[in-house]
Design a protein around this ligand. Sequence first.
Ligand code: V47
Ligand code: SF4
Length: 383
Amino acid sequence: MIDTEGLSAGLKTIVEKVTTGERISDQDALVLFEKGSLALVGSLANSLREKKHGDTTYFNRNFHIEPTNVCVFSCNFCSYSRLYAHRDEGWELTMEQMLDIVKSYDNKPVTEVHIVGGVHPKMNLEFFAELMRKIKAHRPALHIKGFTAVELDYMFSKAKKTMEEGMKYLHEAGLDSLPGGGAEIFHPEIRQQICADKVDARGWLQIHETAHHLGMHSNATMLYGHIEKYHHRVDHMRRLRELQDKTKGFNTFIPLKFRNKDNDMSGVPESTITEDMKMYAIARIYLDNFPHIKAYWPMLGRESAQLSLSFGVNDIDGTIDDTTKIYSMAGAEEQTPSMTTAQLVTLIKQAKRKPVERGTLYDVIRDYSDMDAKEIESNPLLN
Ligand code: V47
Ligand code: SF4
């Protein structure tokens, strides 16, 4: 039971809606952002999280491949890319180098490879289709989650394919699902200022809708905590909720905290932890048709990610055993972003939640409730 004494009539109505399972409106979400205390939104989100998932907190074991950091676009918040004109300062992996990364995991129990990078004009649809085929030929059971809508939009139009043709082609070559990147803030007032030259909201949503129609799942992100206002966040989530009503193809919503190191928005202060937790909580409350809310710990930081498990979050991404640069370059984690299974399990247990390893599509692989860190570390099948 949530104590509503002392709350305004508006907040009381919202509490009533949430506790009876009624969908909240855009205006309600705005009121929660503007007037809701952290304690109130936190307890509402936590009750929904526990109703949907109990204490279960998912993670998966994946690795990343970043084919290149050369990019034809120039998003102001990006600390990672090098413009095509300065490509000598960036990196470009060859097909063989990427396959070598895949092979380096041959004896490891990873279930997913996440492929995402800059938009390089020479890495085209055919190149990536060939990469998909080669990865699947080497390790058929490895789930390939790859390419943001930004990369796909560019790839398809360069190959003169419609979205349906391009997506079908990559799917048949081995692409299983799409990550949620490239969404940033959909509203043109903000999108024009932070990433004017890449795919717009309509294009991003169409790419995901096309994938969903082919039976593929995808995630959605939102880059928050910079120059956007609360109503832009609500607008962003509304567009996602509407598409999800139509397709049911999204698995997870991932709010990404803006980090301000070494990019053209370094003068913009980062959000506080209170703001971060409110963001997660309101996402859980508003996006009633999204099964999962994920905290991406390399971007948010480990301690905040742990805290978020009491603010609506039920997924903490993965071990991410790799050399991912996109986040560390923006000032998120100090160390190379990698956590062992034992570390992840400990982090989840410290928050008194139940650690469950999942596949990309949330199939349960293993419940770690009864295993301690030592047991996990000494089991070669788990490392
Ligand atoms: O779209 C870039 C973000 C995203 C910064 O689907 C930044 O499972 C904060 O979407 N501060 C790409 N964020 C990464 C992404 C993702 C990550 C993990 C899991 C999944 C998934 C998707 O990274 C970009 C952009 O929003 N980003 N620069 C920055 N300075
Ligand atoms: Fe390129 Fe992505 Fe960076 Fe934008 S965020 S500049 S599309 S790598």
